[in-house]
Write a protein that binds this ligand. Structure first.
Ligand code: ATP
Ligand code: MG
Length: 638
């Protein structure tokens, strides 16, 4: 049934395959389960006796670290596994699978020496350095549950996660570095520990020598402890498939972050399958995801996915534009990168630069570029496709799902890429576009909430950490009367099943009774060639209910002015209609974004409506927000 090979798939063949994965999920996933090593192979695919909770491979026993590291260390010990590159500290080091195994085992022994065992939480607050990966894999090895908190999150955000996950041990480093600027982590961590109610047993500090460490009584030098534990045997612990592997908090774009809990066996199978069917996986190849280990892309496609597939993975500490905007492509050339994964926001940054930064390198090893995290606008998509000459595969998913919901799977080489759409529902995901009030499917061409019928496939969240009730209430009860998981995104599906994401359900604005997605208006704004980036929010209006307001970053800031403003408004009128015309176009140096690169529309909207912008603990660059505040004050005076 699911013999894909790498041969070209016709659209109809894929659709048959997808249907089979939905009609007979147990059968489909038991076959896929053979892609990983089990200490006890599962005989059952799924236990769905307590919906919406799905337990995949209920009688299987396995270990994530064994699949990511040990099995390749046994077969191909000298092959590269982890390539740690930092353009911040100008260092690069490659660890073979054998070396990765040795490091991970020593870290596992170090954790054990502190009393960390199966089910204990370990919070990892680290920059993009190899030790962060060793620590994650070491947790998986001994059945501890890691929770990685994006390095450089402010103390408030960190404290909230410390209290929620209640870690026995915290692993941190002296500092991170960003655009050449040292960011000391220790003071932030100490401040967070002062705010939190929970007390960890110990804090392991990795001293990179970037910032002085003020040692507290519970702090331990990580490298010394790991050295002392070298050569201690720690076998991977056999774990039930449903054993929690990690907790990861969502970005908090729309509200209080949710502690997404993931299992062990289902996650390993989902990743192994996705590397094969989606991400051009190949043992011995090199994978380069430019994300951060603090995000879901980092968990799935920097750490676990590529390693489970026997690939080397690049861990990159640095910016897309420093020391120069050619740095990504230089890494592609040097390491013969096979597949790359980045975010639209990075591409928009590069698009503003001289094209020679891209064309000057040998990119012949590259088979595909994957992008996810936010909508990929058409001009950026076209630019990067023309520049690279390889397929650009947009994939839509969420922290919750752990791997793509929508994309064009590998093999669908003849299926057209439709700009603005990530593609088709991925095998295993029963994607339905439904009416938000009735839960009934909407016809092709109509806007609906993107929902997924339960059970969610392997790899998706199994619950919210410590809060089963919130899991059920948040995701499965927002659409009435149906056992449907809500993504809280709007979409529209065409006759061929391609889905277009129109924005978040709370990003729809109501202009004089017409519902408009802010995403569509943003797309129209970015069709103007002078525009580099744009955000549109709905702002309260006495007469129309709401009116769109645009925030625009220009390629050349000196062009800002009334004439350009009018051109942009006309572009919207032309693309969508007069109704969607922004009531104002505001030129800003940058858009306020979360640390994961998502536009903080709710903050823009609040500021423009004169309200408090709310929780900003996840914001990336305060100056972007300050510029908006200043504009608002100036506008209010007029
Ligand atoms: P929170 O749920 O805490 O508000 P978040 O939704 O920003 O945070 P993530 O799980 O990182 O946290 O982001 C998932 C969301 O990102 C999706 O629901 C969708 O809105 C958007 N997204 C991801 N990939 C794409 C894509 N390819 N095209 C369009 N939107 C995307
Ligand atoms: Mg979300």
């Amino acid at each position: 049934m699911n013999e894909w090979g790498n041969a070209a798939l016709r659209l109809e063949d894929y659709q048959d395959l997808h249907r089979a994965s939905i009609a007979e999920p147990e059968r489909f996933w038991l076959q896929e389960a053979a892609r990983i090593d089990w200490s006890q192979a599962p005989t059952r695919g799924l236990d769905f006796s307590r919906p919406p909770f799905a337990r995949w491979f209920p009688d299987g026993m396995t270990n994530l670290c064994a699949n990511a590291v040990d099995r390749w260390a046994a077969r191909r010990p000298e092959d590269p596994a982890l390539i740690a590159v930092s353009t911040e500290t100008d260092t690069e080091r490659t660890y073979s699978f054998a070396e990765l195994l040795a490091q991970t085992t020593a870290w596992a022994a170090a954790f054990r020496s502190l009393g960390v065992g199966v089910g204990d939480r370990v919070l990892i607050y680290m920059p993009m350095i190899a030790e962060a990966v060793f620590a994650m894999l070491a947790c998986a090895r001994i059945g501890a549950v890691h929770t990685v908190v994006f390095g450089g999150f402010a103390s408030g955000a960190l404290a909230a996660r410390i209290d929620d996950a209640a870690p026995k041990v915290i692993v941190a480093a002296d500092a991170g570095s960003r655009m050449g600027r040292i960011i000391p982590y220790k003071p932030l961590l100490d401040e967070a520990l002062g705010m939190a109610d929970h007390r960890p047993h110990k804090v392991l500090m990795v001293d990179r020598g970037l910032a002085p460490i003020h040692w507290a009584h519970h702090d331990i030098d990580a490298r010394a402890l790991v050295e002392a534990n070298r050569h201690v045997e720690v076998a991977p612990v056999d774990l039930p498939s449903s054993h929690p592997s990690y907790i990861l908090y969502t970005s908090g774009t729309t509200g209080k972050p949710k502690g997404v809990q993931r299992d062990t066996g289902g996650y390993a199978v989902a990743l192994a399958a996705s590397m094969e069917h989606i991400f051009f996986g190949q043992p011995g190849g090199v994978f380069f995801a430019t994300s951060d280990i603090g995000w879901v892309v980092g968990h799935s496609y920097i750490v676990y996915g590529p390693l489970i597939a026997g690939m080397a993975t690049i861990l990159y500490e640095g910016a897309p534009t420093r020391p120069d905007p050619g740095v990504f492509w230089r890494l592609v050339e040097r390491h013969r990168v096979r597949a790359m994964f980045t975010a639209p926001t990075a591409l928009r940054l590069l698009k503003k630069e001289d094209p020679r930064h891209l064309t000057g390198y040998d990119r012949s090893s590259l088979k595909a570029l994957f992008v996810a995290g936010e909508p990929l606008d058409e001009p950026t998509s076209r630019w990067i496709a023309d520049s690279l000459g390889v397929p650009i595969l947009d994939n839509y998913w969420q922290t919750e799902t752990g791997w793509p919901i929508l994309t064009l799977c590998r093999g669908l080489t003849d299926a057209p890429v439709k700009p603005g759409s990530p593609g088709l529902p991925v095998y295993g995901f029963d994607v339905q576009l439904v009416d938000e009030a009735s839960g009934e499917p909407v016809p092709a061409g109509d806007k609906g909430v993107v929902a997924i019928a339960a059970p969610l496939p392997p790899g998706c969240l199994t619950t919210i950490w410590n809060d089963d009730a919130r899991f059920v209430r948040t995701y499965f009860q927002s659409i009435p009367g149906k056992m449907l998981y809500s993504t809280f995104d709007w979409g529209v599906q065409d006759e061929e099943g391609y889905t277009f994401i129109l924005g978040r359900t709370d990003d729809v604005i109501n202009v004089a009774g017409h519902r408009l997605g802010t995403r569509e208006i943003e797309e129209a704004v970015t069709t103007h060639p002078a525009v580099a980036d744009a955000a549109v929010v709905g702002v309260h209006d006495e007469i129309k209910g709401q009116t769109p307001v645009a925030f625009v970053v220009l390629k050349d800031a000196s062009r800002a002015g009334e004439a350009l403003s009018q051109e942009i408004i006309q572009a919207v009128a032309r693309e969508i209609g007069a109704l969607a015309k922004p009531s104002s176009v505001n030129f800003v140096p940058a858009l306020p974004k979360t640390r994961s690169g998502k536009v903080l529309r709710r903050a823009l909207q609040a500021i423009w409506e004169g309200r408090d912008p709310g929780d900003l603990t996840t914001i990336d660059d305060e100056t972007a927000l300050k510029a908006v505040l200043a504009l608002r004050r100036a506008a209010a005076k007029d």
